[in-house]
Ligand binder design. Structure first.
Ligand SMILES: *[C@@H]1O[C@H](CO)[C@@H](O)[C@H](O)[C@H]1NC(C)=O
Ligand SMILES: *[C@@H]1O[C@H](CO)[C@@H](O)[C@H](O)[C@H]1NC(C)=O
Length: 382
């Protein structure tokens, strides 16, 4: 499991600037490409980014290695050999380009250098995401969800303020996001049912859960190789429940199943797939607690902060499981979206990623497929 060390907060602003700086030329190229394929685009986009481009064109474009060293320092990265160092430097340079492209495509968020900047897109997807299969548009309805009343919901809402959300966790280099998404939903439901917030065990799911999707028998939970939250609920219904983190701690690798039914802390009694409708999702969230959500994480590898609202983000490529904990009414958006409401999403990549471990995604059009794989769980204290 990769641990990410502590850095100082002063270097953060520095690295944000650095990312844009190194890639200013690429911003122009990506923009040109974008323009060629989207001729009807808002002229504001050109204006803002070209100004950025001009500002940075004069700067040193050969500073990649210097930036790489700052990155290594900040995230306490060590590479065993010169070859590995050069290999990671090459990937880092490519990621600077990707971050700049993401910045163009997602102007309301900040993209740049973060703890994952030395991983290729493929490595990143393999190591840090992990929702597998189970056609999201086609999820089997375990039980038809009752529609919620959507009128009269608060303008903004945050389960963290109510004490229903545990600290941000770190899945490490293991495709176990689905297990963290599942425990997050159960921790929230358990808090609402009992008033107690307890950390629950992802490792139990990683080691013991082999449940497969009802329809897609190839979509099975398989530890660090991915899984689905709805499979995990089904496993927990059968197994009898979930242990606490302290009794079954996280290791970040799949091992022998050590589950002991007498140590169960929380039982799952039911779960529901939420309709793909963002008003229904908001109503379920407010009325029932934090929700497990699947989404396309492509913009998350370079995300640093802000409200992510990509111009294009494939809805069908759901590859990451997260926890929806709230929403806000006003995320300022420079370009197309004006003041746009956003979702507040808890991730499992540690607190050094994103906004102290959280992601804000604009609340409109099922951004990045976030409305296609949403589930709520009902629990009972053991
Ligand atoms: C499970 O939830 C659904 C609605 O989401 C409900 O219709 C059903 O009765 C529940 N089942 C149990 C056993 O509580
Ligand atoms: C959950 O675990 C984290 C990390 O060990 C700890 O800081 C936090 O206090 C725990 N939360 C609860 C509610 O026990």
């Amino acid at each position: 499991m990769m641990m990410i060390g502590r850095g100082t907060s002063t270097t953060l602003t520095c690295t944000v600037g650095v990312a844009v700086l190194t890639c200013a030329l690429t911003i122009s190229t990506a923009l040109q490409e974008y323009y060629n394929t989207n001729p009807q685009q808002d002229p504001n986009i050109f204006q803002v980014t070209s100004e950025l481009g001009r500002e940075f064109l004069d700067n040193d474009l050969l500073g990649t290695e210097r930036n790489f060293k700052i990155f290594m320092d900040k995230y306490e990265k060590r590479y065993a050999t010169r070859e590995e160092y050069m290999h990671r430097l090459g990937i880092f340079a490519k990621n600077m380009i990707r971050a700049a492209q993401h910045q163009v495509m997602d102007p309301t968020a900040i993209h740049g250098i973060n703890p994952f900047s030395d991983l290729s897109e493929e490595e990143f997807e393999q190591l840090y995401t992990g929702v597998r299969g189970g056609s999201p548009m086609d999820v089997v309805k375990e039980s038809a969800p009752l529609l919620e009343e959507v009128g009269g919901l608060p303008e903004s809402f945050d389960w963290r303020e109510k004490g229903a959300v545990t600290e941000v966790k770190m899945q490490g280099a293991c495709g176990s996001c689905w297990a963290f998404s599942t425990t997050g939903a159960i921790e929230g439901a358990n808090f609402i049912a009992t008033g107690n917030l307890v950390n629950l065990s992802e490792q139990q799911l990683v080691d013991c859960d082999n449940m497969c999707d009802v329809k897609d028998k190839t979509a099975c939970d398989s530890g660090c190789n991915g899984g689905l939250m709805t499979n995990a609920y089904k496993y927990l219904l059968e197994a009898g429940g979930l242990e606490e983190e302290s009794s079954y701690p996280y290791t970040g690798t799949r091992g022998e199943c050590m589950f002991k039914s007498e140590k169960v802390a929380v039982r799952v009694v039911n779960f529901t797939n939420i309709p793909n409708d963002e008003d229904q999702i908001a109503a379920y969230l407010v009325n029932h607690g934090p929700l497990a959500v699947g989404l396309n994480a492509v913009f998350m590898q370079t995300y640093i902060g802000g409200v992510s609202c990509p111009l294009i983000c494939a809805k069908k490529r759901i590859n990451h499981g997260v926890l929806l904990v709230g929403y806000g009414a006003k995320g300022f958006s420079i370009l197309r979206f004006g003041y746009k409401p956003y979702w507040i999403i808890k991730n499992s990549w540690g607190k050094k990623w994103g906004e102290n471990g959280y992601y804000r995604l604009c609340r409109a059009h099922g951004m990045c497929g976030m409305d296609t794989m949403v589930s709520a769980v009902v629990t009972q204290a053991s």
